[in-house]
Design a protein around this ligand. Structure first.
Ligand SMILES: [Zn+2]
Ligand SMILES: [Zn+2]
Length: 116
C-alpha cells in the first residue's frame, strides 16, 4: 500500500504516515501493549514486538458487563397526546441521560425511546 487515505477527511497521505497531514487524525492504531501508534498494515508492533492481530482478535471477543434499564413513564401516552412534539421531546431529553453515570465509567447510553 503506497498511500493511506484519512478516514476523517479523505486526504491521501504519504506511505507510512501515522497522522493525517491535513486534519491531524490518527491513521494508525495504538499498540495495545505499549501504546505506540503504528501503521494499520503491520502485524506486529515496531516498538515492542507485540502481535497486533492476536490482541485485536482477543479484543473483538471481549466479554462486557452491561446494565439494562427499562423505564415506563406513568401516563406518558395520555400526556404526550396533549403536547406538541417539541414539548414531548423536551420532556424526554433529560430522562434519556441518567445522571452522567455512563460518562464516569466510560460507558455508553443507547436510549430506546418510544413504545412498541
Ligand atoms: Zn484527515
Ligand atoms: Zn507495542
Amino acid at each position: 500500500m503506497s498511500a493511506s487515505s484519512c478516514a476523517a477527511c479523505g486526504f491521501a497521505n504519504p506511505a507510512g504516515a501515522l497522522f493525517c497531514g491535513n486534519c491531524g487524525s490518527p491513521l494508525g492504531r495504538p499498540c495495545p501493549s505499549c501504546g505506540t501508534v503504528v501503521s494499520p498494515e503491520l502485524a506486529f508492533c515496531t516498538s515492542c514486538g507485540a502481535s497486533l492481530e492476536e490482541v485485536e482478535r482477543v479484543a473483538a471477543e471481549e466479554r462486557k458487563v452491561v446494565t439494562a434499564v427499562f423505564v415506563d413513564l406513568v401516563g406518558f401516552t395520555r400526556r404526550s397526546e396533549r403536547l406538541d412534539p417539541e414539548d414531548v421531546r423536551g420532556f424526554l431529553a433529560p430522562r434519556a441521560r441518567p445522571n452522567g453515570l455512563p460518562t464516569r465509567t466510560a460507558g455508553k447510553v443507547a436510549p430506546q425511546v418510544g413504545g412498541q
